[in-house]
Every structure is written in C-alpha cells, then in structure tokens.
Design a protein around this ligand. Sequence first.
Ligand code: NCD
Length: 486
Amino acid sequence: MTKALPPTRHIVSINDLSNKEIETVFEVAQGFLEELADHHVPYRIARSTDLASKFILASLFYEPSTRTRLSFETAMLRLGGANITSADPAVSSAAKGESLADTIRVIGNYADVVVIRHPRDGAARLAAEYSQIPVINGGDGSHEHPTQTLCDLFTLRAKKKTLKNMKVAISGDLKGSRTIHSFVYALARFGATIDPLPAPGMELPEHVDRRLREEFHSRIVSKVSGASDSGDAGSIDALYVTADQPHQLALIPEPEDYGVIVQKKTDAVYVTRFQKERWAEKERPYPKIDAKFLRDEKYSEASVMHPLPRVNELDVSLDKDRRAIYFQQAAYGVPVRMALISLLLHLHKSQSLHQFPGGFAEPDHSVYVQPIGTGIQCGNANCIVNDPAERQYAANKFYIVEDEARAHCKLRCVYCETDVSEDAASHFTVADTTRKSLAPGLSTLARVPADRLKHLVIYPSESAAVEAGFQPREGGKEGGKKARSG
Ligand code: NCD
C-alpha cells in the first residue's frame, strides 16, 4: 500500500508558518549553504544538488520582478529541478481575460509548485483555494510578501546570531510595502521592538497596527514626535515592543522604562522605496537613509537592509559601509527559497514543516462565507474579490473577529485581511435565510454556531436586505433593536 501524501501546504502569509517552521526553513537553508556555497563568498550558492530533479516550479508573475522570480528559479535549478515561467501578463491568457482561478487550475496540471505575484491584495489566497499544488505568495498587492521576510530574517539571524529581542527601525512607505507587512508580523512574533520611521502619511495601515497590538501582543510604548517637516527619517513616531511569548507580556517595561527602550541601540534599519505603482500621486516627501542619518550613535551597529529595488531612498554611498547588507540579503533569496521549495515538496527525509494545516496563526475566528453575488463587499477596492475577472470565483469571506471583552465583532476579509470599517459595519444588517427574517446584528456573530452561520447573509444596509426580499424590522433597525432588548 502506498503511503498517503501529506496535504498540500500553501505559503500565502508569513503567519502560515509557525516560528518553529521558520527555524526549520533556516536550518535547511543553512545546510544548503554549507554544502553548496561559493568557497570565497559564503552567502552565494555556487553548486547544485539533484534533490528536486523530477520536479517543476511554475512562476506566475502579473507584476514586474527581478529578485523574487529569478531567485526562485535559480533555487529550483540549484535543486536540480526545472522551471516554467509566465512573467508577463500581456503575453499570457490574462490578456484575454482569463481569471486567476482558472489559470491556477491549469498550472496545477503542469507543475509541482507555483510562485505567484499579483497586483491585487489577497490574490495568492484565492489562488491557493483553487490550487492542487503548493502556492507560494511572491507578493500580492500591498498585502504580504512572506518569502522576502524569510530572506530578511535569515539575513538578520546570520548577522546577529539570534532573532530574539531585536530592535529594528523600518523606514519609508510602511503603508504600501508588502515586505513591511509580513516583516513586522514576524518581528513581533520573535519578540522584537519595531521602530517605525514612516514617510509622512505612509504609516503602517490601521489593520496591520491593530493586529500587531491585538494578535501579536505588541505594546506601543512611545509617541515622541511625528516625522520631521523635511520628511527626513530620524524622529520616533511610536515603538512597538513585543514579548516573544504571550506569558512574557508582564516583562514588557512600564512607562518609566520607556526611555531605556527608546535609547536602546538599533540592530537594523530596514529601508523601503515609495510604492509609486500603488498610489495615485507619483512623488511625495520621502525619508532618505544616508551616512548622515546613520551617524547617530544609536545606529552605530545597525545593519542596513532593503528588499530592493532601491530608487532614491537609500544612498549609494552606503554600499561601501560595513553596515550595508542588502546585497547579501538578496543573495540569501536562493538558499532560503531552495529550503522552502524542498520542504513544500517533502524532499527531506528528516526535516519537514511540522504543522498542517495552519502554521502559526490559523485564525481561530469563525468565517462568514457569503453567497456569490449578494450581500456585503470587501471595502478594499484593490482586494482580489473586487476584481471583475475573479468575482464569480471569489465569494466574499470574512473572519469574524471578536474583541477581548467579547462585546464587539468586526469583520476581516479572508483574502486581503483588511478590516471592514466601523462606519460601514454600523449599517450592516444580518438576514436569516431559513427564518426569512432579519437576525440580531454583528455584535453576537462570533458566537453563532457554524451550522447556523451558513444560513446568514449580511447586507450593507437594512434597505438592501429588504430589497433582497426580507421583511423590514418594525420601526426600522433601531426599532428592531429596541424591541429585542425591551
Ligand atoms: C519588493 C516587492 O516586490 O514587494 N521587491 C522584492 O521582492 N525584493 C520590494 C519593492 O518592490 O519595493
């Protein structure tokens, strides 16, 4: 009897990997470096193995890429495998209007693992839902870029010998950079202090900030000042301090110690470019990291990192600075991606990804799945569910996230992971399709059992529910609420 294959594992978010699994990826990557690195350049893979000799990687790229695609393909070649590539949507069936949901099902019959990059937030999650082979997210809109984070962490670990208790400054377009979003979740999970140095108006998105605080146990310990008028980096907006284990939360210092944390030396400055392809305006005041910025004593031992490409935000004069490690960071893309591919394909006898399904944070929230074509829409216009080509394949789905006091629920899109705004949610009306009536509102939704949840549809307003054939509440929504509570 043949042994059943482990289920297909997808890496869409950095949170699809547990900390232990991240360590496994790094052990395997380190093993490849020890076995195959250039004798003169220890971070450069120079030789190949035949570990993946019968396997094919598909690169499905709907957005420009140099490092991600080429390092994935190099990784597959160094593993002895082969690549098939669709690097330009203009010459693939996407140009004819083919949906991602269809394309991914086709590719699943050609290749053994697929890496995808797409301009829409949540595209990789949708692809994973339709894929029979492992999907690796190579960057989806401004949502996440988990394998870049693996390279970033591996680089930091190589440099600092640990991932614990680091202090990392993140600079630039914190709002639109997917590399930042995956990176901050991982940093928080390893107990780092995160020092955001955003370009004016480009702070971490509200939902990322909220998740750092609510899910990843970060505490904001300082609000000293905003970005300076000139747009220079250097002033501290807020510091996220996190314990690497929830039970260590008590160890996070009290306000009187905040000064110590603010003064603590920075281990790394992570620079990002202005994501001009994601914003309507093409220029804005933007921090530049240069020798002058790094002269501050607190950066004296800070490694300078950048996912690349850089434009003007990182001075080229730093290339010769002993603290600059961005080209090494890009080189590590090969061993790290070799490790991830080979683990997803189960090519190691003694090492595997430990948990399936779910990794670190398989959310324990229940999920509201809406029938296609009715009810509420994800409010993020760039979410994959709002792509006209995908709409008929992507049901709106939301995690029902309850606050700690269990008094309030919010909805978080399963694909792009942005939260529905309080304002929109305040108009939402829940309808019960079996009882043909309007049900209590969102606040109790998290406690509705799954078998009943599937009969509920959420409409953007009571009038939309009525238009869909439900009886209005007596005296409108407020009247209905009063009737129930009184
Ligand atoms: C990043 C990306 O595509 O998000 N590049 C990369 O993969 N190394 C960063 C960027 O484009 O700014």
